[in-house]
Ligand binder design. Sequence first.
Ligand code: ATP
Ligand code: MG
Length: 261
Amino acid sequence: MTYFAGIDVGSLSTEAVIIDEDATMLGYSIQETGADPVRAATEALREALSLVGVSREQLHHVVATGYGRINIPFADRKITEISCHAMGAHHLFPDTGTVIDIGGQDSKVIRINAEGRVLDFTMNDKCAAGTGRFLEVMAGTFGVPVQELGELSLKAQKEIPISSVCTVFAESEVISLIAQNRPREQIIRGLHRAVVSRVWGMAQSVGIEGAVTMSGGVAKNRGIVALFEENLGHSIHIHSEPQIIGALGAALLARGEIHQK
Ligand SMILES: Nc1ncnc2c1ncn2[C@@H]1O[C@H](COP(=O)(O)OP(=O)(O)OP(=O)(O)O)[C@@H](O)[C@H]1O
Ligand SMILES: [Mg+2]
């Protein structure tokens, strides 16, 4: 049996996924990228291999993706995140026509065809608004873990709109709303709306077709997902571990999925 690995070195998290010849996902590992992306990638691969009981020698091909992919010495190939998220989302949910990836430092909307190839995409990597970073800054302002923002947002009966687009100004706005004793859940819901509106604008520009799949860590935020679903008018595909979709796509591309079909 031969095996393939995909590694996604993101700004905040690094994932490794191992698949077999049949494109079955055997296991994965998620690590914090921290200050040393090569170390994070090495550790993610080591842990994923040890979880599935496969050795480095049994790996036929390794593809790296993500912003830190360039420096990964053990990658046979480097492929952009756009192609990897497209392929990973297509594999998990074959009816996907549109992928929304919101990570730590960028957000992307990707339109794909029935084979998981990229037709068109748009990306915001210039500004923290509309990214996981925005939510992390705001979680810090409230002193709550970023993992809890989604549930708090869902509790709100109403929503306080946030008028500032910029992260820094939005933070000042939130601080003054907190000082006015405005309900925390409603402010948080407004912040979620700000992220979703920004990415929704990107989605409108590229066009939404077919089923929508969300990838990246922000897809774990149920408050964000609920607002996207409200805009769309129907549900979105969310895998049980949306953070690994880029690495899964990289592993599938390592396997040469496209050529073997
Ligand atoms: N359990 C969780 N619940 C809610 N949100 C989460 C959770 N885990 C991560 N996040 C969000 O996901 C973001 C990180 O996403 P991800 O790990 O996909 O980023 P990345 O791939 O490292 O970044 P990029 O792709 O921009 O380089 C965090 O900023 C946070 O907002
Ligand atoms: Mg990412």
